[in-house]
Design a binder for this molecule. Structure first.
Ligand SMILES: O=C(O)CCC(=O)C(=O)O
Length: 274
């Protein structure tokens, strides 16, 4: 893809303290991470495809795993907008994003996917994001993948910023919950000895351009959007470059011809520059 814009310089470096917080708590907040001009470009590009009020849900084509009907209410969703838009592509695969994610992960990382999550106001059928971990859905032989979640508008806590269970990235996998039909989430199914240790991060008030980074084992959720404006967020997921493919069925890796027990060395998952 030809590049028309260079947005990577619009991302600041992470500090040692931010990296240490990520490694200790399983998440970190990065204030003022992305330049406002870059944020405005990303938002404008996403709105041009999803509509000003995110009326158009860009659900992944060929979704293989059926979801309960309530699941779609969590977000209006655009899966992998970087595949369709050059400016978003340049940003998602930039050195700036690569540096942040590699420093937190402690190794080179490969890009996995990118998503725009618009959480609609509760008055427009928006729901809460249930407590969950990300790793149980991934075909990776180890933990350590991570998500950078960037606010594209000011996101006060009541609009649905994420909450994290501090230190839960060290508790191991606690199961899949997204497809459950009994409404239970990870917090409900934790064994008592872990539930007693739950310490939830404080509500975050984020400005446009602020971000959080969380580990794939960190238990996290987001409350409903109690404002009357849509919550616009862009996220990039990456994983340690040496991670091996387990062969676990997953729509992002099925049909790519990946070899089990080998690194995910495929053009879809490039090593991010640092
Ligand atoms: O945006 C949200 O409410 C949740 C996003 C999430 O769960 C994630 O990025 O792992």
């Amino acid at each position: 893809m030809q590049s028309t814009m260079t947005l990577s310089d619009g991302v600041r470096d992470v500090t040692d303290a931010e990296v240490a917080a990520y490694q200790q708590n399983g998440w970190t907040a990065l204030r003022g991470l992305v330049d406002p001009k870059v944020v405005a470009t990303l938002l404008q590009r996403l709105k041009s495809r999803m509509g000003d009020q995110a009326e158009i849900d860009m659900v992944p084509k060929g979704e293989k795993t059926p979801r309960p009907p309530t699941a779609k209410k969590l977000f209006t969703f655009y899966d992998n907008p970087a595949e369709d838009d050059e400016a978003i592509h340049d940003f998602a695969y930039s050195r700036g994003i690569g540096r942040v994610l590699s420093r937190c992960a402690g190794s080179k990382v490969r890009a996995y996917n990118n998503v725009c999550y618009v959480k609609m106001p509760v008055a427009r059928e928006g729901g809460k994001t249930p407590w969950h971990q990300d790793w149980p859905y991934y075909p990776f032989d180890r933990m350590g993948s991570l998500t950078i979640w960037i606010a594209l508008v000011d996101v006060p806590a009541e609009m649905g910023t994420m909450r994290f269970v501090n230190g839960s990235h060290l508790w191991g996998p606690q199961g899949r919950i997204i497809h459950r039909t009994d409404g239970k989430d990870t917090m409900d199914i934790l064994p008592d000895y872990l539930r007693e240790r739950v310490e939830i991060s404080p509500p975050l008030n984020l400005k446009a351009g602020d971000a959080t980074v969380h580990n794939d084992m960190t238990i996290h959720s987001a409350p409903v959007n109690a404002t009357d404006l849509p919550r616009w967020v862009f996220s990039v997921v990456a994983f340690p470059a040496d991670t091996l493919f387990t062969g676990c069925p997953q729509r992002r890796t099925d049909d790519l011809g990946l070899a089990i027990n080998q690194p995910l060395d495929h053009p879809r998952f490039p090593i991010l520059p640092t």
